[in-house]
Design a protein around this ligand. Structure first.
Ligand code: SF4
Length: 342
């Protein structure tokens, strides 16, 4: 028989409480077990004589006591947006940094970017602050400020050497994400963009679990036009539906190549099945727009410069402003307040 990936525990349990792990039992649960994760575990009458009694009695119980602290810490943030992609290499972190710049073009809009790609943090490099470190004050950890209204927090700021590999298991990742949410002094923000690694893993589960009480507006899905990327986006959309995260919309990145010299557009990653627009229609999701590939975006990221400042009239900048306006609409914010029409 072929090996099976049947779930070892119900999906609902993982999504509703991914941070609580079942205690390691030394014997099977008896017939009248109240549940090793229940409040009565190890102390109920039915636990008498069970070999797991001491383990169950000492296992942590009840809701995470840090959740109310996280909610209080984030109470000054109006909108929290997850940036997701099913697949790596679709330009999600680049897109997140560009969205940060796009929102922060209005001086009165305060924006934060939280980089939860713990094993591959790239936002600090793209924003030209990779050599910065975190400062700790009486009010918590200070994010690194790119400008008066744009701040970033990333594990990169905590690494002694920028090339150090981060080899962490789930609980340690959960712990750092919790610290980012509980201890970082974001101040009052209009938008917090949470950049996530590709896929549906520990980082996604913990962010969702920690932010559920304080409220997430929803998630943006970033894809490229090819079916191989769209396939993974379908899984990511399914994850959001199971986790109760609203999908604010889908963005197609690297959607055609506009030559910076002659402005001729060519299709590098051809959409064989209709691309992001067709997928959004199929899934009944808003399509936020198409952002063309522009080699100058990669260069701006390598040099840690703002593409918006360098090439404000480029087709990619105009497309990103359109995405920001569509996103604002989906969140019930006046698009003209966020990014006025050119
Ligand atoms: S100690 Fe109680 S809760 Fe734990 S496995 Fe035994 S019966 Fe179940």
């Amino acid at each position: 028989m072929a090996p099976s990936l049947e779930e070892p525990e119900p999906v609902g349990d993982v999504l509703s409480n991914p941070l609580k792990s079942k205690p390691q039992l030394v014997a099977p649960e008896p017939e009248h077990c109240p549940g090793p994760e229940s409040q009565q575990a190890g102390t109920a009458d039915s636990c008498a004589g069970c070999p797991n009694k001491a383990i169950c009695a000492s296992a942590p119980k009840g809701p995470d006591p840090d959740i109310p602290l996280i909610s209080a810490r984030l109470s000054g943030i109006k909108h929290k947006i997850l940036v997701l992609s099913g697949k790596g290499g679709v330009g999600k972190s680049t897109f997140t940094s560009l969205m940060g710049y796009a929102f922060a073009m209005r001086e009165e809009i305060n924006v934060g970017i939280m980089d939860t790609d713990l094993c591959g943090p790239s936002i600090p490099k793209m924003m030209g602050v990779e050599a910065e470190t975190i400062h700790v004050s009486g009010t918590g950890w200070s994010p690194v400020y790119m400008s008066d209204n744009l701040s970033v927090m990333s594990i990169q700021f905590m690494l002694p050497n920028r090339d150090d590999a981060i080899i962490w298991r789930g609980p340690k990742k959960n712990g750092l994400i919790k610290k980012f949410l509980k201890d970082v002094d974001w101040g009052d923000l209009d938008f917090l963009l949470v950049d996530t690694p590709p896929g549906t893993s520990d980082e996604h589960l913990s962010v969702n679990s920690f932010l559920k009480e304080s409220g997430i507006d929803g998630a943006i899905m970033v894809t490229t036009p090819q079916e191989v990327a769209l396939l993974d986006v379908r899984r990511e959309i399914d994850f959001c539906r199971k986790a109760g995260i609203r999908v604010l919309g889908l963005v197609e990145n690297m959607s055609g190549f506009v030559c910076p010299n002659c402005t001729h557009e060519s299709q590098i990653f051809r959409a064989t099945t209709g691309g992001g627009r067709a997928l959004a229609k199929e899934m009944g999701l808003p399509f936020l727009g198409e952002v063309p590939l522009d080699p100058r975006i990669g260069m701006a990221c390598d040099y840690g410069e703002s593409f918006f400042d360098e090439y404000p009239d480029s087709p990619a900048c105009k497309a990103l402003k359109g995405v920001v306006r569509r996103l604002a609409e989906e969140m019930g914010v006046d698009p003209q307040l966020v990014s006025p029409d050119d």
